[in-house]
Each structure stands twice: as structure tokens, then as C-alpha cells.
Write a protein that binds this ligand. Structure first.
Ligand code: SAM
Length: 205
């Protein structure tokens, strides 16, 4: 397992109704407008936190099933409780995005609601996401950039890796180097980026 859990402040910032509202009414609709829905299929959410993202992947994006994992067992327990009503359509586990416990080409879409900036070897996370996507599958990513986590007060209040952090251009270039094709990208100043990227279909697909 790579990386540290959220500190107390960031845990509070994630597990409260304001964060839930931002994710439901701003982040997820933005990613949906950029990349379209799924109309069924298998989705994976990496770093699922308390499970609100997975609810939105069902409700807004229309996935048939959602697998979701997080490094922090406390988050996995919260997600399990929140998602219990979906029964066999959901599977949750404790896991690390740099070594995803799933077969190659398992998912039609992968969702990253602000977790890759927590990962030291974030390029390895992108390679793993690429590995588990089917050709033609999509990554929907909302990411927090170096200019947010690297400046006061967040630099001192939150715990993030400090070396080799990325801006929007670095993130998009690393996706392209991994083999993704960028469908759309947007950003909020230099602090937050939204990217939808596709793993190219096989030539004969
Ligand atoms: C900022 S929170 C976002 C949580 C959730 N996606 C949301 O939007 O509310 C980052 C999450 O990533 C998880 N995380 C950090 N490093 C991880 C890793 N290497 N693999 C999987 N999850 C990780 C943390 O435990 C935390 O739940």
C-alpha cells in the first residue's frame, strides 16, 4: 500500500453534507456534461471515500454495477453502509490504486473524484487505471492540482505527498503518455482540473 490516510481535517472536509452537495451538484454533473453517461456497464471508483461518488455513478451516469475501493478501511466501511441498498450491484474493498485488484480490461469506466493527488507514484495509478479499462473505456477524473495543495493554508493543514505534484498540463501529458486520448478538459483557475479521457478502441473494434 502506498500513501497515508487523510488527516483529521481532510476527513471532516470529505465526510460532510457540503462536500456531498459539491460532488452531486457541481463535480459529477460537470464530468457528465464533458464525457456523457454510461448507459449500463461496469464502473470502478478508485479512492471511493464514503461512497457518495458511487451513488452518483449509478444515479447520474447510469452504470449497471459499481466496484469501489479505498486505501482507508474506515472509508470502506462508510461506503459499504451507504451503498448496501444496491445489493449485488456493488462491490467494495480495501485497495490501492497503484495496484488495482482487478483483471485487465474489466471496466467500461473508471471514476477518480480527487484521489490521485494523494498518491506518491501517481503515474503508476494512471497505468493501473489504463490496464483495467476496456479499449474504448473512459476515465472521468476530477483532480486537485499543485497550486492548491502546495500553497498556504492547505500546505500546512492537509497531508499530501510533496514531491512531483502535478498541474493540469502534467496530468494531461501523463495521461497521453500512458496511452489515453483526451476527450475534454476543464479547469478552475490553476487549482482544480476535470478531465475525461478514453483508452483508444482496438483497431478492429
Ligand atoms: C480527498 S479524498 C476523496 C474521497 C472521495 N473520492 C470523495 O470525493 O469524497 C481521497 C481519498 O483517496 C483515498 N486514497 C488515498 N490514497 C489512495 C490510494 N493509494 N489508493 C486508494 N485510495 C487512496 C483516501 O483514503 C481518501 O478516501
Amino acid at each position: 500500500m502506498s500513501d497515508v490516510f487523510l488527516n483529521r481535517l481532510e476527513t471532516l472536509m470529505m465526510n460532510n453534507p457540503i462536500r456531498g452537495g459539491v460532488q452531486r451538484y457541481l463535480e459529477a454533473p460537470r464530468l457528465l456534461s464533458m464525457g456523457g453517461g454510461m448507459r449500463g456497464g461496469r464502473a470502478l471508483e478508485v479512492g471511493c471515500g464514503n461512497g457518495r461518488g458511487a451513488e452518483l455513478i449509478f444515479e447520474l451516469f447510469g452504470a449497471d454495477t459499481v466496484d469501489a475501493f479505498d486505501l482507508d478501511p474506515k472509508m470502506v466501511r462508510l461506503a459499504e453502509r451507504r451503498l448496501a441498498r444496491y445489493g449485488p450491484r456493488v462491490c467494495t474493498w480495501r485497495g490501492d490504486v497503484t495496484s488495482i485488484d482487478a483483471d485487465d480490461e474489466s471496466y467500461d469506466a473508471v471514476f477518480d473524484f480527487g484521489i490521485i493527488h494523494h498518491v506518491e507514484d501517481w503515474r503508476a495509478a494512471l497505468r493501473e487505471i489504463d490496464r483495467v479499462l476496456v479499449p474504448g473505456g473512459r476515465l472521468y477524473a476530477e483532480e486537485v492540482l499543485r497550486d492548491f495543495i502546495g500553497v498556504f493554508p492547505w500546505r500546512v493543514l492537509l497531508d499530501h505527498p510533496t514531491e512531483d505534484r502535478f498541474d493540469e498540463e502534467d496530468f494531461v501529458s501523463a495521461l497521453e503518455e500512458t496511452g489515453f486520448r483526451i476527450i475534454r478538459q476543464r479547469r478552475h483557475g490553476t487549482k482544480i482540473a476535470w478531465v475525461v479521457a478514453e483508452k483508444p478502441p482496438r483497431a478492429a473494434d
